[in-house]
Design a protein around this ligand. Structure first.
Ligand code: GLC
Length: 664
């Protein structure tokens, strides 16, 4: 690097300012390429000059001491330029459109669904014909669960990738994926896929070479000849799958090394202290961007940086790495937003949006996992106090970033909110969590739920929850008992849960099957590649006979589908639902009722949800606390108009009922 110091010596402020030496370096790299810096590629060139100082700074934070740090920086710059060159003209135009639109992903027009292609419709070839189904529902954003090559039986639902650039035969081919993407573009739909950043399958080419003794690739993983360092790591690292995959290391007989395997023993953790790993994985990220991906789900980002003596989660350098990815993506493929799948404590989740100079310059999206779990808490207890006690943290999310909001996904439900939030609500955290776990695993007396505990840690008694939305809301039990009022009640709960997450701000992400009320599927128990992982109980195999009942009025499928459809349509109609950091919680006049206000200019939408099993009476005072009081409120959900009464008068919410009230 002519003229560039090996190490960054300036302060953080300088690290985002113009630097003539870096400008010279960029020009030198660009001279070798077919780039028209004064003409059609001028915007790219501008982004490059603007961002590379930050890229250099972040890179040096990670790699200044690495012997290959300096030469690989040039490779990094080349990788960025090549990614841009490979982007099609149409993709570049879309990049520009999205930039002009600004924060396009905050829009209330986007509604998503996450699905396994094979379990949904067989393969990628069959997906285009299903687009009409999504359109009918109002879904215009798809998260395809991992479709890249992954060994059957040691797959973790595709999260153990053996080739990042080859679609697994089970799903089809890369050509099928591209065709689907093109079709989705035509239908103005957004696409999300995963980059499994933290680990590869032990059948990935790098892992195979490492097993064979290739030192270069052994350095792509964390490998140790004896237990000395693994023991030191293990002492401070929690276990992710304590039942099925205890510990964080696996002995590999072939190379006679202990390999770090934080998740399953067949998922080898990548060693990001090696800049070659970073550059290779960034290139994979660009490969996905150039497939036309709109939002990239970065799987398990909390784990990407390890340091002995720590939990190896949420470390500051993990954030540096994500920031580095973000700045690189912004230069080459700026239309692709990033979702950081950090399912961690509320305070920690927030940091994935960036802090300090990098506020809103790290991940564009994160999962609102805290709120997801709080909804389940409120549903089980009928009490919204814990939910409210957590909001001061959740509301810290910076403008320009947004949430994925959801009630259910392919993973377990972790009760990841903090103990102090439970205490603040007046409960004992241990007993409270125990109640929630007992409730959803169906052990608690009178519980209508059928679910199961996932990853019970025998040492700490920690556990998460598996089970489909419908089964956890009581539909499975009600069906087993042929109990019509209980079926109706469970459907009300399902729609309450969906509505609460659809309007709270962020992009709602449905989990496939939930729109039709799929209950738990126990067939995974017959499959040795899945039976050790009860998350498969809520990953249904779609029966299109069942789904086609959405058109038969009065069926469970039709009732849930049309309710969900109506909620999505309302979301799109009401501009104040877009994520403008425009959410205010209503004072808790009734502990069973969660209420929030969404505002935009003079428009106001009050969303109130009764999590209790009894009728709830909400004082009209609740609607008079934030600006001028409306005279009339129109409830979009129930198509009803209310006149705002005196404070000793009440809006009446039926059990598990809700209203979406616009001020008139
Ligand atoms: C993410 C995925 C989960 C997977 C894990 C390991 O948390 O959502 O399904 O098991 O990463 O890749």
């Amino acid at each position: 690097m002519p003229g560039l110091p090996l190490f960054w010596r300036g302060n953080e402020g300088e690290a985002i300012m113009y630097n003539p030496q870096i400008h010279k370096l960029i020009n030198a790299c660009l001279q070798k390429k077919d780039i028209d810096i004064a003409g059609k590629d001028n915007l790219f060139y501008t982004r490059m000059v603007a961002n590379t100082t930050a890229i250099y700074y972040l890179y040096n934070q990670l790699y200044q001491h690495h012997p290959h740090g300096k030469p690989l920086f040039i490779v990094l710059i080349d990788t960025i330029i090549d990614a841009y060159i490979k982007r099609t003209t149409a993709q570049k135009e879309l990049d520009n459109d999205k930039e002009i639109q600004g924060n396009w992903f905050l829009s209330n027009d986007i509604a998503g669904m996450s699905l396994y292609v094979d379990r949904f419709c067989g393969d990628l070839k069959s997906m285009p014909e299903k687009l009409a189904y999504f359109k009918k529902l109002g879904v215009n954003f798809l998260h395809l669960m991992p479709v890249m090559q992954s060994p059957e039986g040691e797959s973790d639902g595709g999260y153990a990738v053996s080739d990042f650039r080859k679609v697994d035969e089970r799903f089809g081919t890369m050509a099928d994926l591209k065709k689907l993407q093109q079709q989705m573009k035509k239908e103005k739909m957004y696409l999300m896929i995963d980059i499994v950043l933290n680990h590869t399958s032990h059948y990935h080419e790098w892992a195979k070479k490492a097993k064979a003794g290739d030192k270069k690739y052994q350095d792509y993983f964390y490998m140790f000849p004896d237990r000395n360092l693994p023991d030191q790591y293990d002492a401070a690292m929690p276990e992710i799958f304590p039942e099925s995959s205890p510990g964080n290391f696996t002995w590999n007989e072939e190379c006679r090394q202990w390999v770090m395997t934080v998740f399953h023993s067949y998922q080898w953790d990548l060693n990001y202290t090696n800049p070659a790993v970073f550059v290779d994985m960034l290139d994979n990220i660009f490969f996905y961007a150039n497939l036309g991906v709109d939002i990239l789900r970065i799987d398990a980002p909390a784990f990407v940086w390890k340091q002995v003596g720590t939990t190896c989660q949420n470390l500051p350098l993990a954030h540096t790495l994500l920031r580095l990815i973000k700045q690189c993506v912004q230069v080459a493929t700026p239309g692709m937003a990033l979702l950081g799948e950090a399912i961690v404590a509320p305070k920690e989740i927030m940091k994935y949006f960036g802090t300090g100079l990098y506020t809103s310059r790290e991940c564009d999206f994160a999962y609102n996992a805290t709120h997801m779990a709080l909804q389940w808490d409120a549903l089980a207890t009928g009490d919204t106090k814990v939910m409210l006690a957590a909001q001061h943290e959740i509301l810290q999310k910076p403008f320009g970033t947004t949430w994925i909001t959801y009630t259910r996904c392919h993973d377990d439900i972790g009760l990841g909110y903090d103990d102090y939030m439970i205490q603040h609500a007046g409960y004992n955290p241990y007993h409270h969590r125990k109640f929630i776990k007992d409730y959803y695993s169906g052990v608690a007396e009178g519980s209508p739920a059928i679910g199961a505990l996932f990853s019970v840690n025998p040492k700490t008694q920690d556990a998460r929850i598996s089970g489909s939305l419908a089964s956890l809301c009581g539909l499975e039990k009600a069906l087993n008992e042929n109990n019509t009022p209980a079926i109706e009640l469970s459907i009300k709960k399902i729609l309450l849960m969906q509505a609460h997450s659809f309007f709270i701000g962020g992009v709602p992400m449905l989990f496939y099957g939930d729109e039709c009320g799929y209950t738990n599927d126990y067939s995974y128990l017959q499959d040795p590649g899945k039976s050790y992982d009860n998350r498969w109980m809520h990953r249904p195999i779609i029966s299109w006979d069942k789904n086609n009942r959405i058109d038969e009025a009065g069926t469970i499928e039709a009732t849930i589908f049309s309710g969900t459809q109506k909620l999505i349509a309302l979301r799109k109609q009401l501009p104040m639902v877009a994520d403008h950091k425009n959410l205010t919680w209503l004072s808790p006049f009734n502990v069973h009722v969660a209420g929030y206000l969404r505002t935009l200019d003079d428009a106001k939408l009050y969303c109130v949800f009764n999590f209790g099993k009894e009728t709830a009476y909400l004082s009209y005072a609740a609607f008079k606390q934030h600006g001028p009081t409306a005279h009339e409120l129109y409830d979009h959900w129930n198509d009803k108009t209310y006149t705002v009464g005196f404070d000793n008068e009440h809006l009446i919410l039926e059990p598990y009922g809700f209203c979406l009230l616009e001020q008139r």
